[in-house]
Design a protein around this ligand. Structure first.
Ligand SMILES: Nc1ncnc2c1ncn2[C@@H]1O[C@H](COP(=O)(O)OP(=O)(O)O)[C@@H](O)[C@H]1O
Ligand SMILES: Cc1cn([C@H]2C[C@H](O)[C@@H](COP(=O)(O)O)O2)c(=O)[nH]c1=O
Length: 225
């Protein structure tokens, strides 16, 4: 039975790499996939991984209709054995419904990849719809780590290293960007406390915070806390 699978995780946990691996393994066996993405950091019509691999993809912009596009492709004699959709958090709920229809009516596997929550730990509408409709939600096994060594479960947006909690939901960017606006993955505890690597480092170095209250010691950067 074809499936709609949502591969989900924080930023930088290997989602795009897995998408490229699925594509590689299937095309090596003679299958032909259709790859879609939206607002990849590498630019329009690209699916890129931080490991350096990149492939061409169809840009699924606002208003793009996955079902109509694939029906048009197939009815012109084109081939499609499976579908990959990266950066699926940016898709509209209606577009996720179209992907579910691709599975049910065109009988194609659809593999969607995306982050579940935004920098305020609120669901992206596209990810919410994927959780509602997917046959399976798979959490990626390679764990991105918070600066404290715990598994990172949340995405923080930073401005000059400081975490912010207000702003537009969508701002394309990267981790370790060094830019004005960047992202950092954190465990829930440090996301709740708005404690990034930079603020934790600054707190550890500041003479103002000495002597250290016992309850704050656990927030100090260590190899593993
Ligand atoms: N220089 C490197 N050497 C080995 N692995 C790396 C390197 N740079 C990035 N990675 C791996 O790539 C992962 C990010 O992959 P990517 O597919 O771009 O993530 P996502 O799409 O989830 O944001 C990192 O978690 C890490 O495991
Ligand atoms: C948390 C968060 C992220 N984004 C953007 C930043 C990146 O361009 C993508 C995630 O890409 P990745 O391949 O998973 O690293 O999403 C955003 O727009 N808003 C956010 O809140």
């Amino acid at each position: 039975m074809p499936e709609l699978v949502f591969f989900s995780g924080t930023m930088d946990c290997g989602k795009s790499t897995l998408a490229l691996q699925i594509e590689h393994n299937r095309s090596a066996r003679g299958l032909q996939g259709m790859i879609f993405t939206r607002d990849d950091r590498a630019g329009e019509g690209k699916l890129s991984s931080r490991l350096g691999l990149v492939t061409d993809a169809v840009e699924a912009a606002e208003g793009f209709d996955f079902y109509a596009y694939l029906v048009g492709h197939l009815s012109k004699g084109g081939r499609c054995d499976y579908v990959i959709a990266d950066e699926a958090q940016f898709l509209a709920p209606e577009q996720i419904d179209q992907l579910a229809r691709v599975v049910d009516d065109l009988e194609l596997d659809v593999f969607a990849f995306g982050i579940t929550t935004d920098f305020r730990s609120k669901l992206f509408p596209g990810s919410q719809r994927l959780v509602e409709l997917a046959d399976r939600v798979e959490v990626l096994q390679v764990e991105a780590l918070c600066w404290c060594g715990a598994r990172a479960t949340h995405n923080a947006r930073t401005v000059g290293g400081e975490m912010v909690v207000e702003g537009a939901q969508v701002v394309v960017g990267d981790v370790n960007a060094g830019d004005e606006v960047g992202y950092e993955v954190l465990c829930r505890r440090h996301h709740r406390r708005r404690m990034t690597a930079a603020t934790a480092r600054a707190a550890a170095l500041s003479p103002d915070v000495l002597p250290v209250p016992a309850e704050e010691l656990s927030d100090r950067p260590t190899a593993r806390s």
